[in-house]
Design a protein around this ligand. Sequence first.
Ligand code: DX5
Ligand code: ZN
Length: 223
Amino acid sequence: MARDIIIAPSILSADFARLGEEVRAIDAAGCDWVHVDVMDGHFVPNITIGPNVVAALRPHTSKVFDVHLMIAPADPYIEAFAKAGSDIITVHAEAGPHLDRSLQLIRSLGKRAGVSLNPSTPESAIAYVLDRIDLVLVMTVNPGFGGQSFIAAMAEKIACVKAMIGNRNIDLEIDGGATPETAKIAAAAGANVLVAGSAVFANGKYAENIAAIRRAAAASYKG
Ligand code: DX5
Ligand code: ZN
């Protein structure tokens, strides 16, 4: 089932001293979603932002808040991120032993549920929760930092996840090392949501950068 191409700039690469302004700027520049990277210094070797920052940013745009939880455990914080204004809450399959329960919790709060797979995690990890999710996030870098290179081996995993999804109403997202070149590869494998941090924020030309990634993905997308 063909889906819209969705561009979600990752504010991890934005100017943290002016986050509200930056969110308004990518909104005006034509982004579809705002990707929010939450890191706890435990699941990943970096620390970023909590629910309070999500709540502070919420009034700055009506665009979808795509919240990527790189935290373990995740369950104790899911309600706070829901209340803060997240629209999509994505947990990692590796974050704890009870993925099914976490996904049920997210949906019970009226939010869209996503599951993310680290590069080394096989797609079979989601085989029995496909009916509990609205989004699969295939990490195309090892999570924790922006500015890393796209792992080419992930193209095959994206295609496998696409096949598993079949006709279900599930978005297929990639995250890490997205550029117009790698967006082509990911979209050709079946991804319709492209997270991009450094490729959007690097040179300040937000609208141009977002349009370039969208064009590249749309040209090769296999829905
Ligand atoms: C990494 C994050 C990504 C990151 C992407 O752990 O989940 O969202 O910010 O940044 P780029 O596009 O620069 O790789
Ligand atoms: Zn992310």
